[in-house]
Design a protein around this ligand. Structure first.
Ligand SMILES: [Zn+2]
Length: 109
């Protein structure tokens, strides 16, 4: 994959914005990225049967706080590791998957 991010920033609204080398600019809700976290633990959680309707989910303080991206770390030239503010940091997001998530908000020429 030869298209690379040229700029990463967090918008005023707390979304991740990535400018790509082909001129596309995409924005990502942090919650969307967290929900699509590709690590083994999260994949397992998503495929588990939903809890019984009578049980209320119990959120830790970190989970209840607004979710932010604490850090993004390049993994070679093909992916980013994302540290979320809830302490979860094992997800490796490939550039290809990032191109499929979020929404295109602009195209610079
Ligand atoms: Zn995960």
């Amino acid at each position: 994959m030869s298209i690379q991010p040229t700029k990463l920033e967090i918008t005023a609204g707390g979304r991740l914005r990535i400018a790509w080398s082909d001129g596309q600019v995409r924005e990502y809700a942090v919650r969307e990225l967290r929900d699509k976290c590709p690590c083994a633990t999260c994949r397992e959680k998503r495929s588990a049967p939903p809890p019984p309707a009578t049980s209320l989910p119990i959120l830790s303080a970190a989970e209840a706080a607004p979710l932010r991206i604490a850090a993004m770390n390049p993994v070679g030239h093909y992916a980013y590791g994302i540290d979320f503010s809830d302490g979860h940091s094992t997800g490796i997001f490939t550039l290809e998957s990032l191109r499929e998530m979020g929404e295109e908000v602009a195209r610079s020429k």
